[in-house]
Write a protein that binds this ligand. Structure first.
Ligand SMILES: NC(=O)c1ccc[n+]([C@@H]2O[C@H](COP(=O)([O-])OP(=O)(O)OC[C@H]3O[C@@H](n4cnc5c(N)ncnc54)[C@H](O)[C@@H]3O)[C@@H](O)[C@H]2O)c1
Ligand SMILES: [Zn+2]
Length: 401
């Protein structure tokens, strides 16, 4: 840490400097646990997590549960309540666990964020109080945004309950909501206090949400880890048929690749324009919006990966065989590589999908930076995308479907 002080004196006072360079860094750290039965009376993991920074006060905690989880596992609310009441000498609930909307609608505009923030104020949550969020990526994005704003940031413990949230959305440093016709138009960077991936929650997922998150695993495998890509392709049918042991491996590896990238990639808060973890996402975000969220995030990402991989094949960045493996892997897991909304055109014949490129450029800060695979397990960046090649890739994907 340093401050560039101008020590020249004239009348005994420091000379007024025209610039005083301020520089400091702040270290962030948070554990990501992999477990089962987080609210079981026998597990002391959550208690240890809340005690991570020590202190002898009784921790004040508010638990928020995704309505999809509350419906699929109605016992969750009571289990959470019992967990805290049996530890009342060390931690206390600020109020009864509250159910929040889940799914993309949860992060549609300010309404839920505002309601949650007002509730936190009514409960007198302070900067050292804990918010425990149990839910999918959408609900956690919305809750994380609210939590990062109240008192400029409360302590958030994420307990992600979908495959996608456990391997990607829930383990990182971003949150947000949709507004202005765009995914994640509003959001903040706010590392969590801790993350607890509890695999037991996954049993109640719909098939769509079970395989959806695997698209994010393909995303990181294709550009960062050839061995993991091989594993995903080999295990595709087991993944599809809900083999829990295989899914655990997929989630652990994918989460660690994300965490390593955030820590070691040199740009955890995305100040620059390169965004490798957004491989396949310029189109997927557009597909979600164009389909009015009929196509869920994971499925849209699978289509986006197939599209950009075909494009990369046309540019000779990957071979035809690589492309075939990517498509076989995705479809083997039950993920799509095509949706009819891709064909939508404006009255003057332009693909509506292409708006996604412009929106992505704005989101990055001016320069377009699209990550493409360059061989399996590595990547490169391109700064513009050729419309003719995109049209050809779409035509190829349509035939494949
Ligand atoms: N912050 C990030 O870094 C980041 C990264 C990737 C994706 N995301 C966001 O995550 C969102 C997608 O999240 P998602 O794929 O987890 O889906 P989701 O949160 O939209 O949940 C999908 C559905 O599953 C339900 N659900 C959740 N857990 C359940 C369970 N255990 N059993 C039964 N039903 C359950 C939800 O109520 C919802 O209806 C998108 O909005 C995406 O933009 C954020
Ligand atoms: Zn994603």
């Amino acid at each position: 840490m340093s401050g560039n002080k101008d020590t020249t004196r004239t009348d005994g006072m420091p000379a007024a400097a025209d610039v005083y360079d301020q520089r400091f860094s702040v270290e962030f750290d948070y554990p990501v646990h992999f477990t089962r039965g987080v609210f079981s009376p026998r597990s002391d993991l959550l208690e240890r997590v809340l005690n991570r920074r020590g202190g002898d006060r009784i921790h004040k905690v508010m638990v928020y549960v995704d309505n999809g989880v509350a419906q699929a596992s109605p016992g969750t609310l009571d289990a959470a309540r019992d967990y805290f009441s049996s530890r009342a000498d060390r931690m206390t609930l600020a109020g009864s666990p509250q159910v929040l909307p889940g799914g993309e609608a949860a992060k549609d505009g300010w309404e839920n964020v505002r309601r949650v923030m007002t509730g936190m104020g009514d409960l007198r949550m302070d900067r050292h109080s804990f918010v425990v969020g149990v839910g999918g990526g959408s609900m956690l994005d919305m809750l994380g945004l609210a939590t990062s704003l109240v008192h400029r940031g409360l302590r958030l413990v994420r307990i992600p309950t979908t495959v996608l949230a456990q391997c990607d959305a829930g383990v990182g440093v971003k949150n947000g909501m949709d507004a202005h016709g765009m995914k994640n138009f509003i959001g903040t960077f706010a590392p969590p206090f801790a993350v607890i991936d509890d695999f037991d929650f996954l049993r109640t997922l719909s098939q769509c949400d079970w395989v959806g998150g695997v698209a994010e695993a393909f995303k990181v495998a294709v550009i960062k880890d050839a061995a993991f890509f091989g594993f995903l392709c080999e295990q595709a049918l087991r993944i599809r048929s809900r083999d829990e042991a295989v899914m655990e491996k997929v989630i652990r590896r994918c989460a660690v690749i994300h965490l390593d990238h955030i820590r070691g990639g040199g740009d955890p808060f995305e100040f620059g324009s390169a965004r490798p973890l957004d491989f396949g996402h310029w189109s997927s975000h557009r597909i979600e919006c164009m389909s009015r969220h009929r196509v869920a995030h994971g499925q849209a990402v699978a289509i986006g990966l197939a599209l950009d991989s075909h494009y990369a094949m046309q540019m000779k960045l990957i071979t035809n065989a690589d492309f075939d493996r990517i498509v076989a892997g995705l479809t083997g897991c039950g993920l799509p590589v095509w949706d009819s909304c891709l064909e939508e055109r404006t009255p003057d014949g332009r693909l509506v999908l292409l708006d996604g490129l412009e929106q992505f450029r704005e989101h990055l800060g001016g320069q377009l930076n699209v990550t493409l695979p360059a061989g399996i397990g590595s990547k490169c960046e391109v700064h513009d995308m050729d419309t003719g090649l995109i049209e050809r890739s779409l035509a190829a994907l349509r035939t494949l479907s």
